[in-house]
Design a protein around this ligand. Structure first.
Ligand SMILES: Cc1cc2nc3c(=O)[nH]c(=O)nc-3n(C[C@H](O)[C@H](O)[C@H](O)COP(=O)(O)OP(=O)(O)OC[C@H]3O[C@@H](n4cnc5c(N)ncnc54)[C@H](O)[C@@H]3O)c2cc1C
Length: 417
């Protein structure tokens, strides 16, 4: 099964391939082949080149800095970039373009589109996500960060946590409670808050791989203008879910490319080290092959759905479950190939803190261990596996919803402190 792209999409594919041929060095084998210092320089220069050539956020309308192309063409670009091992942007662009940019396009005002979208493309604004709090993760609607309107400004107080790439962002989209007396899903607003102000304090959290990938963010009378609310006041739960659909569905068409590349690299090292003579290892590699093929087919089913004009739906939870659980299992198997070396690993750092290492990466025991550790939170962020299974049960299979005891006013039922 392969989705059939229309003629425009195929001619756009050729254009992208020509762009890559023109701008990548002749011996290019992927970002992972560069050393650590060169990677950062490459990503920054590459992003500027993409912005200049209208190759960022290609499906956004031209008046906001996009290329006015279809979602299908966006997918074609993502596929070709994944195959070439080049990024679609910098580390904040997942939050800036895929999440808040798309949410503003779908739910924001004309003024918000004109103010925020071009600044995302130019790189002036880099965004991060202020959803989770110490007492609200899976039960996100229990959040307690308060925003109160004071004249022409919102005044925000509270705390967010696990804020990925918050230290490289200058804006944060924040779910805030604006009507504590309302049922918990109905008293939330989606605010756009500048981070460069005294009322916002972004503190690092060092993770299990000894990396600084996420943070906790404190708001103490932080201010943002009254009109920086996306959707209506108290309509933030709807906007939050529109954004989550983009977040969970985004990699469906390209993940299999990266997981396939990783599997090939692991298989090659296993073979060189004689590990493939072990029948259990052979069985695991065959299982990994099957999983990555299923991932590819699921991605292609999603493309087929997009080609038919459908937005990403709750089925993206199936994809999230598949890749995150597969990757935890598979990266543990890679530790058997390393053996004792996994206890004192050396070599180059992994290019990414989470998911697979970058395409083109040479073998490094340290990067393999970091990738194994980085796979652990895969079943937590963007919604835990249990939450994805609940979504699949309720919204894909149409099973009866789990009973809820929290439909009253938030300040009586949901408030935990
Ligand atoms: C690497 C990483 C990056 C992250 N980046 C961000 C970010 O940038 N911005 C942001 O806002 N958040 C971010 N998060 C937070 C993430 O979204 C939350 O950790 C996640 O939603 C789970 O919430 P929690 O940690 O509070 O766990 P809890 O919700 O407390 O869950 C604890 C356990 O209970 C289970 N559970 C909870 N409710 C149910 C239920 N109804 N049915 C069955 N089981 C249930 C969960 O599955 C889990 O096993 C990040 C997390 C990680 C690990």
């Amino acid at each position: 099964m392969r989705p059939s792209y229309n003629e425009e999409a195929e001619s756009y594919r050729q254009k992208i391939q020509a762009f890559l041929g023109e701008h990548l060095p002749p011996n290019w084998s992927g970002l992972g082949a560069l050393d650590e210092d060169s990677r950062e320089t490459f990503v920054n220069e590459w992003r500027s080149l993409l912005a200049e050539n209208k190759l960022l956020a290609v499906s956004w309308p031209e008046e906001y800095g996009g290329a006015g192309l279809s979602e299908v063409e966006r997918i074609v670009l993502a596929e070709e970039f994944a195959k070439a091992g080049v990024p679609e942007g910098n580390e904040n662009d997942g939050f800036s373009i895929t999440m808040v940019g798309n949410a503003i396009i779908q739910c924001g005002t004309e003024e918000q589109k004109r103010q925020f979208l071009p600044r995302i493309i130019s790189g002036e604004d880099r965004w991060c996500q202020g959803y989770s709090e110490p007492d609200s993760g899976s039960d996100l609607a229990n959040l307690g960060t308060r925003a109160v309107l004071d004249g022409d400004e919102w005044v925000v107080n509270g705390q967010k946590v696990w804020t990925s790439s918050g230290h490289t962002a200058n804006w944060i989209f924040v779910l805030c409670r604006t009507a504590p007396e309302a049922p918990k899903h109905k008293g939330i607003s989606f605010l756009l808050v500048p981070m460069n102000q005294d009322g916002v304090d972004c503190r690092p959290i060092i993770n299990i791989s000894n990396r600084h990938d996420f943070n906790e963010v404190f708001f103490s009378d932080a201010k943002t203008p009254k009109d920086h609310v996306v959707g209506d006041v108290n309509d933030g739960w709807r906007v939050a879910n529109v954004l989550l659909g983009f977040e969970r569905g985004h990699g469906a068409t390209t993940d299999a490319v990266r997981f396939r590349d990783e599997l090939e690299r692991v298989r090659s090292v296993a073979q060189d080290r004689g590990a493939t003579t072990d029948p259990l290892m052979r069985q695991d590699l065959a299982r990994a092959h099957s999983k990555v093929e299923i991932m590819k087919w699921m991605g292609q089913r999603q493309v087929t759905s997009v080609l038919a004009g459908n937005p990403p739906g709750p089925e993206s939870s199936l994809h999230k479950l598949l890749w995150s659980e597969y990757h935890q299992w598979f990266t543990e198997k890679t530790m058997h190939i390393l053996g004792a070396e996994a206890m004192t690993p050396s070599g180059a750092q992994a290019a990414h803190g989470i998911q697979t290492d970058a395409i083109g990466a040479e073998f490094s025991a340290l990067a393999w261990v970091q990738t194994m550790l980085g796979a652990r939170p895969g079943t937590i962020y963007a919604g835990t596996s249990e939450v994805q299974r609940n979504i699949v049960g309720d919204r894909v299979l149409g099973l009866p919803r789990e009973p809820r005891a929290d439909s009253g006013p938030w300040n009586e039922i949901g408030k935990t402190n």
